[in-house]
Design a protein around this ligand. Structure first.
Ligand SMILES: C[S@@+](CC[C@H](N)C(=O)[O-])C[C@H]1O[C@@H](n2cnc3c(N)ncnc32)[C@H](O)[C@@H]1O
Length: 277
């Protein structure tokens, strides 16, 4: 077994500062062991002997590839289909009926921000199918799904999942939206993958480049890694890109302080942008 490379306090501070500045991710002191574990392999592959050398290597890299590798290794991408399914009940029973009533153009624009390996946007797409039924062919549906990690985006585009990963989905939805492959692998049907566009996007970007606003923004279990000021700046940017009467979904374990949040709280982890009169 090869020896592990030691990470000094100074080096960890260097990594923390870099990761916070570039990605908003707040690596706490408790995460140190995890970070060492996740980066050992990268250092070995690069034939580097210390984290000081690694930090210099990242800073000198003009291509940005070193930063991508770093975020691919340190980001936590855990996700699964139908996660926090209360959200999908609210979506199909309250929000989509409302949007349907308001939309004279039969169009809906959704952003899954921090989509990881795709389970969230595919679930949203399946919910739209369930709600609209045969009428879906008359609708213009666009789901933008973004993440900072190129590694998880590749998995999302491959659209093949294990039986465990889709285990939470009701059986009828599994049958309707997936094709079973060999070895308990399941492939997403084009029916629900078609409206989704996967893109790499850093939520820390100063300006969001989108031309239009979104009816719904899902940013669930992403801001958990951000500190309060970063979270509030981001929520205000989301607000700017939410249509009037649109919604923001966050993770159930996350909180937004009401005085710093421009949205109106509707139910746990669901926020509404009220129409201006
Ligand atoms: C735990 S996953 C959440 C996936 C999904 N939204 C869910 O709730 O199951 C968090 C995702 O946020 C992404 N992420 C973290 N910081 C980011 C940033 N600055 N910009 C974009 N995505 C980021 C990570 O790469 C990771 O895939």
């Amino acid at each position: 077994m090869s020896d592990s490379i030691n990470l000094t306090e100074n080096e960890y501070t260097g990594i923390r500062e870099l990761v916070y500045k570039r990605f908003g991710i707040n690596l706490t002191e408790q995460k140190k062991t995890l970070v060492v574990g996740r980066l050992q392999k990268v250092l070995r592959e690069l034939k580097l002997n210390s984290f000081t050398e690694y930090l210099s290597y990242i800073k000198a890299d003009q291509t940005g590839d070193a930063m991508v590798t770093l975020v691919n290794r340190i980001s936590t991408n855990h996700t699964f289909f139908y996660r926090e399914h209360v959200h999908f009940s609210i979506l199909t029973q309250k929000i989509l009926p409302e949007l349907k009533k308001q939309s004279n153009k039969k169009a809906i624009r959704i952003w899954s921000a921090g989509c990881s390996s795709g389970e969230e946007p595919y679930t949203i797409s399946a919910m739209l199918h369930e709600f609209l039924g045969a009428d879906i062919s008359n609708w213009e549906i666009a789901i933008l799904a973004t993440d900072i990690s190129s590694r998880v985006l590749e998995l999302a585009k491959a659209a093949t999942y294990s039986g465990e990963n889709i285990g939470n989905l009701p059986v009828n939805l599994k049958k309707k939206y997936f094709t079973r492959l060999d070895g308990n692998q399941w492939s997403v049907k084009p029916l629900i993958s078609k409206p989704i566009l996967f893109r790499r996007f850093n939520l820390m970007r100063d300006e969001f480049p989108f031309k239009g606003q979104f009816d719904l923004i899902f940013c669930r279990n992403v801001m958990i890694y951000f500190d309060t000021p970063t979270k509030h700046t981001l929520v205000n940017k989301f607000y700017k890109f939410t249509k009037s009467n649109g919604y923001l979904f966050i993770g159930h374990s996350e909180t937004l302080r009401s005085e710093a949040c421009p949205y109106k709280y509707i139910s746990p982890a669901v926020y509404h942008k009220e129409a201006l009169n």
